[in-house]
Design a protein around this ligand. Structure first.
Ligand code: C2E
Ligand code: CA
Ligand code: CA
Ligand code: CA
Length: 279
C-alpha cells in the first residue's frame, strides 16, 4: 500500500495491475460500501498441528468495489480507521460472524471458533464491549466461539484502559489473541500483564524460517516462552511443508496459511465445515 500525492495505489493480487485511485473518491465510496452490501467476509481455516483438524478460522474483510474490483484490506482498513468508518465496519463484521455461526449451528454443522481483527480505534471505542455482548446474545452464540485479535501497538497506546477492556471481554468468555507478535512494540511485559490466551507469530518470521537462523531462533524462543506462560501459539503465513515441519518440531500448537487453505468465501467455508474437501 503506497501513497503518492493525493492518490492511493490499489494492487490487490499479483495478477492485477496497480491502479491509482483518488483518495477522496475511495473515502466516499467506502462510506457507502456497507449500505450497498459491497463488503464480504472470508474465513481462513486454522489447523491443530497435533491432529491436523480445523481448530478455528480467522475472519478477513474483503471489499468488492463496483469499478475497481477487490480492494485489499491493507488499503481500506487504515483509511476506515482514519475517518472513523471502522466502527460501523467492525460492527458489520461482528454481526456477520455471529449470524453465520448461529446459522451453521442451526444446520447442525460442527462450528469452530472464529477470530476477528480489531483495530485500535474500534478497540478503544466505548461501545465495543456492549456491542459484542448484545450481538452474541441477539444471535444466541456462545462467547467462547469468538476470539478477538489485537496488536501490541494498539494496547501500548493506553495500557491501563486496554487491560480494563480485555478483562471485561475475558470475563464475558471471549478468547483473546495477540496478533503479529514480534513486530512493532513487542514487550514481554505485555504478555504478563494482558489476559490473553493466544499468541500469533507474524508471517514475516515464518517466511524464511529455514533460511534465516535469526528468524528460526525468534520463532523457537517465542513458542517456548508462550508455552511457559500458558499461552497457545498460532503461526501465520505457512505456505510450505518445510515451514510446517519446523513449527511441528518446535511444538507450535496451530497454524494458518496458504499451505492449508486460502481465505474462503462463507459458502466454501461452510462446505469445508460440512466435511466436503472439494468445497
Ligand atoms: P493479518 O491480521 O495479519 O491477516 C493475515 C493476512 O495474511 C491476511 O491478509 C491473509 O489473507 C494473509 N495470509 C494468510 N495466509 C497467508 C500465506 O500463507 N501467505 C501470505 N503471503 N499471506 C497469507 P489480508 O486478508 O489481505 O488482510 C490484511 C490485513 O488487513 C490483516 O492482517 C489485518 O490486519 C487487516 N484486516 C483484515 N480484515 C480485517 C477486519 O475485519 N478488521 C480489521 N480491523 N482489520 C482487518
Ligand atoms: Ca489477524
Ligand atoms: Ca500478520
Ligand atoms: Ca499441542
Amino acid at each position: 500500500a503506497k501513497r503518492q500525492g493525493g492518490g492511493v495505489i490499489i494492487r490487490y493480487s499479483e495478477r492485477s495491475e496497480p491502479r491509482q485511485i483518488n483518495r477522496l473518491t475511495l473515502e466516499s465510496d467506502l462510506q457507502r460500501a456497507i449500505e450497498r452490501g459491497e463488503l464480504r467476509l472470508h474465513l481462513q481455516p486454522q489447523v491443530d498441528l497435533d491432529t491436523g483438524a480445523m481448530s478455528g478460522a480467522e475472519a478477513l474483510l474483503r471489499w468488492e468495489h463496483p469499478r475497481h474490483g477487490l480492494v485489499s484490506p491493507m488499503q481500506f482498513i487504515p483509511l476506515a480507521e482514519e475517518v472513523g468508518l471502522i466502527i460501523p465496519m467492525g460492527r458489520w463484521v461482528l454481526e456477520t460472524v455471529a449470524t453465520q455461526l448461529a446459522h451453521w449451528q442451526q444446520q447442525g454443522l460442527p462450528v469452530v471458533p472464529v477470530a476477528l481483527n480489531i483495530s485500535a480505534r474500534q478497540f478503544l471505542h466505548a461501545e465495543l464491549v456492549e456491542d459484542v455482548r448484545q450481538i452474541l446474545e441477539g444471535h444466541g452464540v456462545a462467547p467462547s466461539l469468538l476470539e478477538l485479535e489485537l496488536t501490541e501497538s494498539l494496547m501500548a497506546r493506553n495500557p491501563e484502559v486496554a487491560v480494563q477492556i480485555l478483562r471485561e471481554l475475558k470475563a464475558m468468555g471471549l478468547r483473546l489473541a495477540l496478533d503479529d507478535f514480534g513486530t512493532g512494540y513487542s514487550s514481554l511485559a505485555h504478555l504478563k500483564r494482558f489476559p490473553i490466551d493466544t499468541l500469533k507469530i507474524d508471517q514475516s518470521f515464518v517466511r524464511h524460517v529455514n533460511e534465516d537462523g535469526d528468524d528460526a531462533a525468534i520463532i523457537n524462543a517465542t513458542i517456548r516462552m508462550a508455552h511457559s506462560l500458558g499461552l497457545n501459539v498460532v503461526a501465520e503465513g505457512v505456505e510450505r511443508e518445510d515451514q510446517l515441519e519446523h513449527l511441528k518440531r518446535q511444538r507450535c500448537d496451530y497454524a494458518q496459511g496458504y499451505f492449508f487453505s486460502r481465505p474462503l468465501s462463507l459458502e466454501r467455508f461452510a462446505a469445508r465445515l460440512a466435511g466436503d474437501e472439494s468445497g
